[in-house]
Design a protein around this ligand. Structure first.
Ligand code: BG6
Length: 484
């Protein structure tokens, strides 16, 4: 924590939308994890704000169900939990009502939150009400105008609009209340441990630095899949689809971290400048660069797995893609001619997120003259599950004959770091917000650049009503490739 913040050790964290899934399943458990490690400022209080009528006790019961003692030895956990819950209060109100946020302010005063305490507002609500809520918070004079001491910060989470125009509009509306400096746009994938490690892997290891370009790298693939279907989230998902839900944000961010130039320092400005620079070199996608899919029902071991349009929350005629594979390129010197493929699919065979980097095979390899060329090296970054990094190298099988064998050099976090708990993405990101470190948050121009890559294709898909290719629930996606 910076010295500036140490002087002001009083903080209120208001979670708007406190009874929803994001708040109860992700945000409160993350806050508790930080609390139980004594990482939060001494006088931190938590205020839940939502429409449902709940007493403090009922609210506490709701969040307790999801609190996990990952950091505390068993015997002290109960104490931490009751200390934490005692600091959680609930305010019932309407999202667009100034009076309701004035009630929140009254509650804060009753709980002795100092007028000079720092304030965080976490908008864990659907994006279409972000600006109304921000306005109500602003009109109730809860936001300090400067990002100084005391400060106010707002946290919002994607989807930030549906295309470049709607995203710009949202940014513009939010900016009437919170400055860009006060705004923290979360992409929770940037908080994942292995994603945070990408800069270290690339720039702290001399063995990788010289190889990280088109002279040595043949192709890069980012692969994301989930083994679950939409499970009643159709109201949200059907309006967005897999490109807006996963690719335009989470996977594009990973791509930026894998391909950006080395920053001159670790400052948030430097890192984000370099990310924007590389993203701005990706030309907008064309229809031939994309394959869309939608999962359909299948019977597995006598269990019927329902297709996307069988979900009661999805219209029968929906053309929304639940799978997409996109091919893109980066028009700069480092990545000239290297193909990048991003694949994302719901209701697939397994849950995984990984980056696969395939290296070129050496030209004029001496072994090729013996009739068998060695396979290319691969570096695989496993973001989840089984966090780790492995490299496939070519080895000789012991014995007199020369027989190649691809062997794995494996760094698995679960065996390499047995004494460490891997923090949840939200824990790292909330801590950064308290510290005022913006390096892992999406800046306005970065968001615009990301939308520019996808907006034309999204409009074309919708205008031309392009039909996604069916694939079976639990499979590896459509049995087709881009351009077929
Ligand atoms: C969210 C998407 O951003 O990320 C969901 O809206 C997706 O559709 C989720 O399931 C995946 O997050 P994680 O951390 O479980 O990989």
């Amino acid at each position: 924590m910076s010295n500036k913040d140490k002087k002001n050790n009083s903080l209120s964290i208001t979670i708007v939308g406190a009874s929803g899934d994001l708040a109860t399943q992700k945000i409160f458990p993350a806050l508790f994890a930080l609390f139980s490690q004594n990482l939060l400022p001494e006088n931190t209080l938590f205020f839940g704000f939502a429409r449902s009528t709940l007493s403090d006790m009922e609210f506490r019961e709701k969040i307790t169900k999801h609190l996990i003692c990952r950091y505390t030895p068993e015997h002290s956990c109960e104490r931490y939990m009751s200390d934490f819950l005692e600091k959680c209060f609930y305010c019932q109100g309407k999202y667009n009502s100034v009076d309701s946020f004035l009630d929140l302010y009254t509650l804060m005063r009753e709980k002795n939150v100092s007028r000079k305490s720092n304030r965080i507002f976490y908008l864990a609500i659907p994006p279409d009400i972000f600006s109304d809520v921000a306005k109500a918070i602003g009109d109730s004079a809860l936001v300090y105008c400067r990002d100084d001491v005391p400060w106010s910060r707002v946290i919002i989470e994607k989807p930030f609009g549906k295309d470049r125009d709607s995203s710009d509009k949202l940014t513009h509306e939010m900016a009437k209340i919170f400055t860009e400096e006060q705004t923290y746009r979360i992409d929770h994938y940037l908080g994942k441990e292995v994603v945070q490690n990408l800069l270290v892997l690339r720039f702290a290891n001399q063995i990788f630095k010289p190889l990280w370009n088109s002279d040595y790298i043949k192709k890069i693939e980012i692969i994301w899949s989930e083994d679950k279907g939409i499970e009643g989230r159709g109201g949200y998902f059907d309006n967005y689809g897999i490109i807006r839900d996963i690719i335009q944000n989470h996977l594009l961010q990973i791509l930026a971290m894998v391909t950006m130039e080395e920053p001159n320092s670790l400052s948030a400005r430097e890192i984000r400048d370099k990310k924007v620079k590389v993203l701005s070199k990706i030309p907008p996608l064309k229809i031939d660069d994309i394959l869309l899919g939608q999962y359909v029902s299948v019977k597995n071991d006598n269990i019927q797995l329902l297709g996307y349009t069988n979900d009661p929350t999805v219209p029968d005629s929906s053309l929304t893609p639940t799978f997409a594979k996109v091919k893109l390129k980066i028009n700069n010197k480092r990545w000239k001619g290297v193909p990048f493929t991003i694949t994302a699919g719901k209701a697939m065979k397994e849950k995984k997120t990984k980056v696969k980097i395939t290296f070129r095979t050496p030209e004029n390899n001496i072994f090729c003259s013996l009739g068998s060329c060695p396979p290319p090296n691969e570096l695989i970054i496993r973001i989840q599950p089984n966090e780790g990094i492995h490299c496939n190298i070519v080895n000789k099988i012991p014995g007199k004959k020369l027989v190649f064998h691809e062997q794995r050099l494996d760094l698995s976090y679960d065996t390499a770091y047995t004494d460490h708990v891997i923090p949840e993405a939200y824990e790292s990101l909330i801590m950064d917000i308290i510290d005022g470190d913006k390096s892992l948050f999406i800046r306005k121009d970065e968001l615009q650049t990301a939308w520019d890559i996808f907006t034309p294709i999204l409009h074309q898909i919708e205008k031309e009503k392009i039909k996604p290719t069916p694939y079976s629930f639990g499979s590896t996606g459509p049995k087709k490739n881009i351009n077929e």
